[in-house]
Design a binder for this molecule. Structure first.
Ligand code: ZN
Length: 420
């Protein structure tokens, strides 16, 4: 049997596996049923000859006895030594939200599509990589090297209890793993080489509280923040629109530097919805915004930060009583795997062979777990490649196509054949 036939023959197995995974609601937050999904996968992969290891990210953010952060790493050894290919999928899914017409945890199969929260992001990709590995092992039992499959926690909330924890504990050491494929839903003919950088910061302006009927006796932190926002509108947004990248970022709008003002809070705290009284009359003495700045390979993080601080410093010189604080919350450097890296060249040739089309190279506007593999694991030979349509992720009636899963499983299996 050819490799391609071995995958086609597993179609109903692939469908059942995907449905079973969707039916375990691994909602994050708070991080439900992580142990259940890891146990399910461990039993499945042990039957296929994998050695499985359950790893709890003790002490990671959000890890608790009520919601422990469980991860699974499974490894299959070939007949002789050689490279190791690692398929990493996150097992957590985001909240359901409104607007569903199917059961979000039902895994319904209709017209060649499987529906459910996490169908495309990314239980479909996880299932495809398992079927690909099992078909490859059955067809080439004497292969050289090793195959690893991991199912990890918390990608949707930063990956600290998942891939970051594993990377810190040596699971992505280049001596152990040589090639990494993350089957995120990026369409079956696209290879994602990396992502833009991220900087989150909180800016706070200061004022002085006073009675709202005599605002001249106080100093409004909200008005100071208004001045900051105006500077951002007048100066920063036009400057960001000018910064274009050579990275192949999709969609088109993300081929430039972007800034989102994530939130704003000023003055009296908002009351619970059941509070029926009025606010009290006060001048706001604090106002805070959270900035979410996405930056390009061509930019340096200190320059990105200096753009904001120079605006704030200008205000300090020109605006009476203006004072502020700025606090870093989170930062990730942009990353992009070279187009001639072994995993890129092999997957791209496999796409051409299986789908009869040229592979498209893309870069993601937001980050995903590749950041930890690159920064903590020091492993550069890493891409995201998997079935499913990116735009459907996190939406109501999320689905993954059975044919797309089969096709991408064929690409993954062919990649194993070439590299092992
Ligand atoms: Zn995902």
């Amino acid at each position: 049997m050819t490799l391609s036939d071995a995958i086609t023959a597993r179609e109903s197995d692939l469908i059942t596996l995907t449905q079973d995974l969707i039916r375990i609601p691994t909602l994050n937050p708070p991080g439900r049923n992580y142990r259940e999904i890891c146990d399910y996968l461990a039993a499945r992969l042990a039957k296929s000859g994998f050695k499985t290891e359950l790893i709890r990210a003790f002490g990671a953010p959000a890890d608790s006895d009520t919601h422990p952060r469980w991860n699974l790493v499974a490894r299959h050894e070939g007949a002789s030594t050689g490279d190791c290919i690692h398929f990493n999928s996150h097992h957590d899914v985001v909240e359901v939200g409104h607007g569903w017409t199917t059961d979000p945890f039902g895994g319904e199969l209709k017209d060649g599509r499987i529906y459910g929260r996490g169908a495309c992001d990314m239980k479909g990709g996880l299932a495809a990589s398992i079927i690909a590995a099992e078909a490859f092992i059955a067809t080439y039992p004497d292969y050289a090297g090793a195959i690893e499959i991991s199912a990890t926690a918390d990608e949707e909330s930063g990956g600290f209890g998942g891939v970051a924890y594993l990377a810190e504990h040596g699971y992505f050491d280049p001596a152990r793993v040589q090639h990494v494929i993350i089957p995120e839903p990026l369409n079956k003919d696209r290879i994602c080489l990396g992502h833009r950088g991220v900087w989150w910061a909180e800016v706070e302006t200061h004022g002085r509280i006073a009675h709202g009927s005599m605002p001249f006796l106080g100093d409004s932190a909200i008005r100071h923040m208004g001045a900051v926002l105006e500077k951002i509108e007048q100066v920063l947004y036009p400057a960001l629109a000018e910064k274009r990248t050579a990275m192949p970022v999709v969609p088109e709008g993300a081929k430039q530097s972007t800034l989102n003002i994530n939130s704003i809070h000023g003055g009296e705290a908002e009351q619970d919805p059941d509070y029926t009284g009025l606010p009290s009359a006060c001048v706001a003495d604090r106002c805070r915004i959270v900035l979410d700045r996405r930056f390009l390979m061509e930019e340096k993080l200190p320059e990105v930060k200096a753009e904001i601080t120079s605006l704030l410093e200008q205000l300090k010189k020109t605006r009476p009583n203006f004072s502020y604080e700025i606090r870093d919350l989170f930062e990730v450097q942009p990353t992009m795997t070279e187009e001639d890296a072994p995993v890129v060249k092999t997957v791209s040739a496999a796409i051409e062979k299986v789908l009869n089309t040229q592979a498209q190279f893309v870069v993601s506007p937001g980050t995903y777990d590749q950041k930890h593999i690159d920064r903590i694991g020091k492993l550069k030979n890493c891409i995201a490649y998997g079935p499913g349509i990116l735009d459907l992720a996190h939406q109501p009636d999320e689905w993954v196509g059975v044919q797309d899963m089969l096709d991408s499983a064929k690409v993954m299996a062919l990649t194993m054949k070439e590299l092992l």
